[in-house]
Design a protein around this ligand. Sequence first.
Ligand SMILES: Nc1ncnc2c1ncn2[C@@H]1O[C@H](COP(=O)(O)OP(=O)(O)O)[C@@H](O)[C@H]1O
Ligand SMILES: O=C(COP(=O)(O)O)[C@H](O)[C@H](O)COP(=O)(O)O
Length: 384
Amino acid sequence: FAPSAFTYNTMKAPASSSSLNMALPEGVTPIIIGVAADSGCGKSTFMRRLTNIFGGDVVGPLGGGFGAPGGWETNTLVSDLTTVICLDDYHLNDRNGRKVTGLTALNPLENNFDLMYEQVKALKEGKTVSKPIYNHVNGTLDTPETIEPTPIIIFEGLHPMHDDRVRDLLDFTLYLDISPDVKLNWKIQRDMEERGHSLESIMASIEARKPDFDAYIDPQKKLSDMIIEVLPTNLDKEDKKTLRVRCIQKEGVPDFAPCYLFDSGSTIEWTPSPEKLSSPAPGIKLKSGPEEYFGSKCQVVEMDGNFDNLQELVYIESALSNTKTKFYGELTQAMLALADAPGSNNGTGLMQTLAAFAIRDLYEKKSAQAAKAKKESTTAAAAA
Ligand SMILES: Nc1ncnc2c1ncn2[C@@H]1O[C@H](COP(=O)(O)OP(=O)(O)O)[C@@H](O)[C@H]1O
Ligand SMILES: O=C(COP(=O)(O)O)[C@H](O)[C@H](O)COP(=O)(O)O
C-alpha cells in the first residue's frame, strides 16, 4: 500500500477528465466534506483509505499522479462516487513566490480563498470547474485540471474551515490532531521519501511554520464535527512509538450520531481479553464515554495500543455500536482489505474507518432526503 502503488496510474493525462469522472446523477446535490490538518498529518493516507472503503470503482488520479511513468501531475483522487481535492491547489504563490513574500503556505495570505469558495460553491451546484494544481515535488503551480462534481466531494488540506463562506458549504468536517512528536516523524518520513526534501530543510520548515500552525490551522479543530486525536500511549511512559487514538464526535450534528462502546452514555474502560485479541507490549486498552470538547458535548471512543491480528478486530467490532456499517463484520472486512495501509494495526486505521462509514451514512441520508423532496415536489406539481 505504498502511495505510489495506489495513487499513480500509468494512463496518459486525458484530453478531458470527463471520461474519468462519472457525471453527477440527475437531481443529486453533492455532499461536501472538509478534512483539516497540518502538513504531514496523514490527510492523504486517510483519503486513500476512505475512497477505498466507499469510493466505488477507484479510477485513481485524474492523470497519472505525481511522478508516475508518463503520468500527469495532480493531487486529485477520483472514483465514481468520490472526488478528493487537495486545498494546497489553492496556494496563491508557488514555492519561489513564498520566498519573496516570506510567508508560509499556512498563512491565509498565501491561499486564494476567493477561488476556493467560487469552486467549492460551483461543484456543490453540480458545475464543472478548472482547478489549479500545486506541485509538491517541484513547488510550482501547474496547468489547471478539469474537475466534474461527483456525489461526494472531499476538500482536504490546511484551511477547509478558515473562510466562513467555504465553511458554510461543508456538510461535515473532520480535523486530524496529531501530537507534535508523531507529526514530526511522519512529516520527515514523507517529505524525504516522497518529496525529496533534506532533513535540515524539513526541520527548518516545521520550525518556521509553527506560529502559523497555531494561528490558522489548529483553531479549526474547535469548529470540527469529528476530531481524530493521535497521541503517545498512556500504557507505558517510556514507549514513544505506540499510539493512543481518540475519536471525538460532536453531539447534535445534523444526520450524524456518534458511535460508542457497549451502551450510549456510559463511561467505559475496557481491556479486551488477550485470548481474543492479541497485542504486543505495552498491550491495548479501549475507552468510551461522554466528554466536553471546547464547550461542545461529545462522545469519545479511544484505542490505546496495537493489535497483532486484524482478523481478531471483529471482537472489538462486536462491542461497538452505531458504527453505520451495513452488516456485522463490515468494519473488520474494510480494514482487512487495506491491511497494508499505514495505521492498520492501531486506532488510527480503526477511527478513520469509523469516519468513512459515518461519511457514507451521511451521503445516503442526504440522498434519501433529496429523493423524498423531489418526489413530493413532483407529486405537488402534478396535483396543481
Ligand atoms: N496512521 C498512520 N500511521 C503511520 N504512518 C502514517 C499514518 N498516516 C500517515 N502516515 C505517514 O505519514 C506521512 C504523511 O502522511 P500524508 O498522508 O502524506 O500526510 P498529509 O497528506 O497530511 O501531508 C506519510 O509518510 C504516511 O505514510
Ligand atoms: O504544507 C503544505 C501542505 O502540504 P501537505 O499537507 O501535503 O504536506 C504546503 O502545500 C507545502 O508545504 C507547500 O510548501 P512546500 O511545497 O515548499 O513544502
